[in-house]
Design a protein around this ligand. Structure first.
Ligand SMILES: O=c1ccn([C@@H]2O[C@H](COP(=O)(O)OP(=O)(O)O[C@H]3OC[C@@H](O)[C@H](O)[C@H]3O)[C@@H](O)[C@H]2O)c(=O)[nH]1
Length: 329
């Protein structure tokens, strides 16, 4: 038996290494995730997840709303109550942010829009009580005072409140502020004080009122002048009606105040008639109450101070004078 080596190299070998890609099926890649979703009710779970997330994001903010320390319902009556449940150390800008945050949640129409108000003489006895009321009802107040008879202590409890600003300024000098309303109270009211520098008193009433009326006209603000029962002078009618024009001595020791306030009233009405400024005039009678200076010089504080010191009460003249008194808080 012979063995035979046979060369088979020349034989064509069956070569099968040619690349043959699978036929392209684009619809298959699109259908694959759908088939995946449909398998084992995955789609149902996805839908349930979407519903739960939607419910959470819809309801979660309103839950936070009612559980926060937010007492915006007190906004009109007591804005400070926003911060009642907050630690006292919370910086004001953070508390202010809380207020802004809270405001966004009040349905439109419920909240009263706060006004920007300037109160001249706002650090005084009457002015500071007015400032308290305005801030309590939600307005932003700028107090302008030269501290001749006003005192910082009367408004110190508002320091740090973003609704409150204090400017040391004499209304005899012009001032430009963007405000909605002007309450013009700046002027010493006690006879002792306004007689101290009569020229300054009449200047305050005339030039000061002119400046504030000019401001009211310029910015379109409503203007209130606090006038006085003294515009009736030594009245011949009792009690005095608003229609009564008074009986005023133009050259007496009280004239700086009486005539000053009468001129202030005249200017107020002329700005109203001539420039269309919306105005109010309040003729305030003899006031007394908390924050009145002990050395105010008016009859009530004099009598109280004398009684406390167990001194005799000083009655000027024949003691037959009559006055209308107003308790101011
Ligand atoms: O110690 C006193 C102080 C005052 N009086 C008398 O009490 C009366 C009231 O005097 P006041 O000093 O309290 O002040 P008046 O009432 O004259 O004016 C005051 O009240 C009205 C406001 O409009 C004025 O702004 C304010 O000056 C006066 O007749 C005065 O002579 C006293 O008898 N004793």
């Amino acid at each position: 038996m012979s063995s035979e080596l046979t060369f088979r190299g020349h034989e064509a070998q069956q070569v099968n290494d040619e690349y043959s890609p699978k036929p392209n099926k684009p619809w298959l890649s699109a259908i694959r995730p759908i088939r995946y979703m449909l398998r084992e009710q995955r789609l149902v779970f996805v839908l349930i997840g979407i519903v739960i997330a939607t419910l959470f994001f819809t309801l979660a903010p309103s839950t936070t709303k009612s559980s926060s320390s937010f007492s915006t319902v007190h906004y009109d009556s007591h804005p400070i109550s926003y911060f009642e449940n907050e630690p006292k150390s919370t910086p004001y800008h953070q508390r202010a942010a809380a207020v802004v945050h809270s405001f966004g949640k009040i349905p439109l129409g419920i909240k009263r829009k706060g006004l920007r108000i300037v109160v001249t003489g706002g650090a005084g006895f009457v002015g500071s009580h007015l400032v308290d009321r305005l801030i309590a009802r939600g307005d932003s107040v700028i107090v302008v005072d030269n501290f001749f008879t006003g005192r910082k202590e009367n408004v110190m409890h508002h320091f740090g409140n973003p609704q409150f600003e204090l400017i040391r300024h004499d209304v005899v000098e012009p001032l430009l502020l963007e405000v909605d309303q002007i309450y013009h109270l700046a002027c010493p009211a006690s006879p002792v004080h306004y007689k101290f520098n009569p020229v300054k008193t009449i200047k305050t009433n005339v030039v000061g009122t002119l400046n504030m009326l000019g401001l009211a006209k310029r910015v379109g603000a409503r203007f209130l002048l606090t006038s006085t029962s003294e515009v009736y002078g030594d009245p011949l009618q009792h009690p005095q009606k608003e229609t009564y024009w008074g009986n005023v001595n133009p050259i007496g020791v009280r004239s700086c105040y009486d005539e000053g306030k009468r001129t202030a009233e005249t200017l107020t009405m002329d700005y109203h008639r001539g420039a269309g400024v919306e105005v109010r005039i309040a003729r305030i009678f003899n006031t007394y109450g908390p924050r009145m200076c002990l050395d105010d010089g008016r009859v009530v504080s004099n009598f109280v101070a004398q009684a406390l010191r167990k001194e005799p009460l000083t009655v000027y003249g024949d003691g037959k004078q009559t006055r209308s008194f107003q308790w101011r808080v």
